[in-house]
Design a protein around this ligand. Structure first.
Ligand SMILES: *Cc1c(COP(=O)(O)O)cnc(C)c1O
Length: 251
């Protein structure tokens, strides 16, 4: 099982690098999130040992479980490493979790302390809840705006015409930091179907980036999954979210 993962990890990393280079970009400028929905704890630990830093979950309950499991592993690893400050132990502390699935307002409190970035901010009411949480706990919360540039097919995401206004609203919320845009294309067997969806998301990203509502930390364009990550990178993604290509289909 870990042999499969080793091959898959190599292959995905390689394909990301090739897609980046096709567009004259550096491979290291594209960050891969390992989406752990179908991963076993062993597989997650294996990737941590390989130096994988970014992990993502789409469900709050899974996220809490994963973070707890991994923290236990990392703590044990540090204890075993003793007082030494070698590469491995410092690397291990650098794991970052991302929330990429739809977030209900009553789950904000559970999620915020666990993650580096919330990719799925898709309503004004959710931003208000996040801002209230940030204020209450005096903590800054980094978010992406999830946009729906595919029309009807997606259940979640802000419609394109409303995105800039949303950025303006978030700019007034002192505990929220808007870091970029997230987009999910409808599932398809043909990755080329995703290209216009990603192209429109990239346009929106640039429109917001050049507005007065964000600063130069607005620099993340999160799009592309197992089926379409190469197309996403070609259209400008600098964060891709990969599950099945690493861990297979099994739940
Ligand atoms: C599950 C999921 C992914 C990963 O999808 P794969 O097709 O398994 O690569 C990426 N983004 C979101 C929002 C997801 O829910």
């Amino acid at each position: 099982m870990l042999t499969d993962l080793r091959e898959a990890y190599r292959s995905v990393t390689h394909r990301i690098a090739e897609a980046a280079e096709r567009k004259g970009r550096r491979p290291q400028d594209v960050i891969m999130l390992a989406v752990t929905k179908t991963a076993s704890p062993d597989q997650i630990r294996y990737l941590v040992d390989q130096g994988q830093v970014d992990f993502a979950e789409s469900r709050v309950q899974h996220l809490s479980q994963r973070v707890a499991q991994l923290n236990e592993f990392l703590a044990r690893k540090r204890t075993l490493g003793g007082a030494s400050t070698n590469e491995t132990s410092s690397q291990a502390t650098d794991v970052r979790w991302h929330m990429i699935g739809h977030l209900q307002r009553n789950k904000v409190k559970a999620v915020v302390p666990l993650v580096k970035l919330i990719h799925s901010v898709d309503s004004l009411r959710l931003t208000e809840e996040l801002q209230a949480h940030g204020m209450r706990y005096e903590t800054n919360i980094e978010v992406l705006l999830q946009v729906n540039t595919s029309g009807e097919a997606n259940k979640y995401g802000i419609a394109s015409p409303a995105a800039l206004h949303m950025a303006e609203q978030i700019d007034t919320m002192t505990f929220l930091k808007l870091r970029g845009v997230m987009c999910m294309a409808p599932y398809t067997d043909n990755p080329e179907d995703s290209r216009p969806v990603f192209s429109r998301a990239a346009d929106l990203f640039h429109e917001i980036k050049t507005s007065d509502f964000v600063d130069d930390q607005f620099n993340i364009l999160s799009m592309g999954m197992t089926n379409d990550f190469e197309v996403a990178i070609e259209q400008g993604a600098n964060v891709v979210r990969i599950g099945r290509a690493l861990f297979g289909e099994n739940e």
